[in-house]
Every structure is written in C-alpha cells, then in structure tokens.
Design a protein around this ligand. Sequence first.
Ligand code: HXC
Length: 536
Amino acid sequence: SAPAVPSAPVVPAVSSARPASRSMRALREEHGRLRDGIAAGNGEAVARQHGLGKRTARERLDLLLDEGSFVEVDMYRRHRAHGLRMERQRPYTDGVVAGSGTIHGRRVFVYAQDFTVFGGSLGEAHALKIQKVMDLAIATGSPFIGLNDSGGARIQEGVMSLNGYGGIFQRNVQASGVIPQISVVLGPCAGGAAYSTALADFTFMAGENAQLYLTGPDVVEVVTGQRVTHAQLGGAQVHGTRSGVATFVHDDEESCLAEVRYLVSMLPGNNQEPPPRYPARGATDDPRPRLAEIVPVEPNKPYDMRLVIAELVDDGDFLELHQGWAPNVICALARIDGEVVGLVGNQPMVLAGVLDVAASQKAARFVRFCDAFGIPLVTLVDVPGFLPGTDQEYAGVIRHGAKLLYAYCEATVPRVQVIVRKAYGGAYIVMDSRSIGTDLSLAWPTNEIAVMGAEGAVNVVYRKDLAAAADPTALRAELLGRYVEELVHPYYAAERGLVDDVIDPVETRSAVARGLAMLRDKRRAGARRKHGNVPL
Ligand code: HXC
C-alpha cells in the first residue's frame, strides 16, 4: 500500500459534509460557503498561476463571455479514482470549469481547464464534464469553445484518462461541420490533448505560456538527442508560422479572448442556421477609387491584396486566419453589405502569390469550413501558377493542390470569383473558376487568363519558327504582341461565358455585393453518398 505521506492541499478548505443543524438557513449558508470556496480555489495555487502571467479558468471565462451570462454545470463533480494517494485529494470541479454563456447575446458552450487543480490534467470526471458540455452544444446547435491549460492525461488515472480523451475526440468529429468548434491554448496542451485542438475549426494560442506538442522537450531529448525549449518545440510563434496548427496567435490572453468573441460574432450557431446578418455599413454602391490605384497594371509588380480586401468589406474590417503561415494566400472572414463572407485571395506580395503545398492546405480547409457553415465565398484571383520545383513535388503539391480543387468543386454556398489581374494555368482553374462551379465570375480589365504567360507560350508554340527565323528577336516581339492581343485579356473569356462580366475596378465592392444578393437563395443538394474521398 502507498506510504502515508501528507500531500499539499489542492482543495479549498470547505466540506460538503451535512451540518448538524438542518435548518434552511444553515443549509443555505453552508451551500454558499461551499460554492464560494470552490469558486475561489486554492489561494496558493492561484497566486502561482498569476505569477506565471496566467489568469485562472474563471477569470478567463469572465473575459470570454458576456457579463453575468455564465451558467456552470458539474461544479461539484469529483474524481472517483483510487490509489497513488488520489483518495486524499478530491478537489471539486476536478480541474475544469464547464458550462454555457453568451457572446454578444448568442449562446455558446465552454470549458476552461484549471491548472491550479492537478495541473489541469484530464482524468475520468474531468473528461465527462467536457463531454457533457459538448453534448449540450451539439443538442442546442451552439458553438463550442475549449480553453486549454493542462498537463495532459492525468497520470494517476491511467487508461481512464486516455478513455476520456477518446470520448472527446469522438465528439469533436461528430460535431465537425455541425457546430463551430474553437480551441484556445493558454498554457500547456501536451500529448493527445493536442489532437482536440487539431480537430477544432479554429485554434488560438496566446502568450509565452501556450505550448502545444505531442511529446515534450524531455521526451524529445531522450528519443532523438535533440535539445529544444518548450517555445521552440510548440510555442505560439512556431505553430502560427511553421506548422500551421495555430489559426490565430496573440501576445496576451486578453486580446486573444477578445478575438474569440469577434470570431463568434461572424459564425452561425450551427450548420442549419445562416451566419448572423448585420445592417449594411457604408454606402455599398459608392465607387472605391483606391482600388484602381492599389493594383498595378504590370502583371509582375507586387502589391498587398489585403488593401484590396479592406476596400471591399464593411468598415475595412476583416479577420485574417493563419496570418503568419502560408502568407502567399489570404483567408479572411468579413462582412460585405452586412453579410458574412469568406474571402480567399492570392497575395502577390509573397512569393508573387503562387500556390504551394501550405497555401493549398490553408485555403482548402477554409473553403470547406465556409461551405459547411453556409458562408458565401468571394475569391480574389491574381495567381501566376503553382510553385514549381522538386521541393514542392516531393512534398506532394499535387496531393495538396487537389485538396483545394476538391474543396471548391464540392462547395455549394454562393461563390463569387473576382479575377483582379493574372490567372494562369491550373491555378486559374483551382481558384474558383467557372469550370469548377463558381456562380459569378467578375474580371477587371487588367485581367489575363491563359494557359501560361506570353514568353513561355511563344517559346513552346513557335519554337521551330523562332529557330529558323532570320531575325528571331523581331519575330519573338511580333509573336508576343499577337499572343497578348488575341488571348491575354478578359474579353476572350467573357466572349466564351467563362467570365460573366468585366467590371470597372472601382465598382468591385458594389458588383460583389449585388452578386451575393443575387445568390442569397442558392440551394443545391450535395451528391448522395456516404462521403467523398478528399485527398487528405
Ligand atoms: C497528473 C499532473 C500532470 C499530469 C501536471 N500535473 N501534469 N498531474 N497528471 N499529466 C501536476 C503536477 O504534478 C503538479 O502537481 C501540478 O500539476 C503542476 O505541475 P508542475 O509540473 O508543477 O507545473 P509546471 O512546472 O508549470 O509544468 C507543467 C508541465 C509539467 C510542463 C505540464 O507538469 C509536465 O510536463 N506534465 C506532464 C505532461 C505530460 O507528459 N502529460 C502526459 C501527456 S501524454 P502538484 O501537486 O505538485 O502541484 C497524454 C496522452 C493523452 O496526454 C493521449 C490521448 C489520446
């Protein structure tokens, strides 16, 4: 049997034992003391949490939810584990605060892990609490938000902890595409726990305390000999820029939780309800002269596509996903004329806006999210093609590019394509072209759609003529001119119905808004099948 070593108290000094007196007053007072004690937590551990620059679970919920809206469930829940001195420590809440509240008046379900109790580790009772609120979120069709700060599977509860994770993952998957799922990492999130964040639709990470990895630095050193810090292995910067695991990265908990609120304001509660509509802000029909200045006519001159987006959306306000990962493509949520839209845009400022492995993954997942939750897609095209080379081919650019292709082909939400400048080759097809089902294709007069750029095209088609020419330079110049004149302008595609309208750039906001209004009642049932086989 275990030696009788006294352990540090991790329970507030309160007891649920019935008082001797059974008067209503005494019972109520005892009840009040118990609740207050549980809510206050262990002062020493709370001070340690604050010392690390972290808020407690309840403080975080206060920041996340509308004031006074939190309804807690399972406050009195405790573990039933035996052995390893567990009988001695049976703190209420079991290390997670769970329940429901509102964000801007709309219902959400939440849990916040409490690192001051067993390091926020997940045992059987802890897991059952999370599963309970997940079930309620699914049943009521409300977004589900998890605030993670945990040492992972509770070692003392062995397989019951692992079983608890499994039940959460199973629910994550059942809820996928049904309710929005948001994972927020505010402390350690190690081991299998990391998978719950990967299964969510959005992952936030905040500050230096956020650590997300499958195996910690100690194990890494033992197995591989490599020495890394927590931050190098799974800090917010790493996941925000290199792995793409974090959708949003913040310096502090406050701005992070404020942005979770902003995100929720743009999402429907579930896949059966439309995203929240807001009154239109700003005159939608007013021309936007800046648009004609932002985009250079020369096809290879860089510019910032974010400036174009800011001109198109209400209040110039948009929420960019994965800002630091695959920045050659932009994915953002915003409103146009009060209606939530998902924007996908090539970014000519980074790698000339090519599509590559990471950009394809990023955009594909975003397109699928928007489609699952009825958010119309607006695609801003200015793409020279897919990034060539062995690095990309070996990394499976074909497989990953196919994800984006698949995502667009499958999407049944209203889809508006705006071809801002160039659209070459396979990348033209992939970026929501007419052939893969866009509903409305708008092109600027600057637009070039072609199989390839003029130089490449002339080299291939006229190789023999150029080799035999007396003056190849003069012939090349003439052929280039002819190619551009005949093929490289939007009217070639518009004549053939592949572009629905060639628009004045300054009218883009109103043209997109009118297009979205036209498509608002779009209905198209998906194919009857169990599920497709998306190239994962
Ligand atoms: C039980 C745990 C715990 C755990 C931490 N604690 N992790 N208790 N099970 N997994 C307890 C500690 O014993 C300590 O209790 C308190 O929480 C605070 O922990 P500290 O170590 O003092 O905190 P800190 O120095 O900040 O370090 C945090 C940490 C470290 C980096 C998270 O605790 C750690 O490495 N924990 C183990 C992480 C891990 O390997 N988890 C298992 C992952 S595998 P006292 O009583 O002293 O305050 C996994 C499999 C899931 O999760 C698979 C699902 C499919």
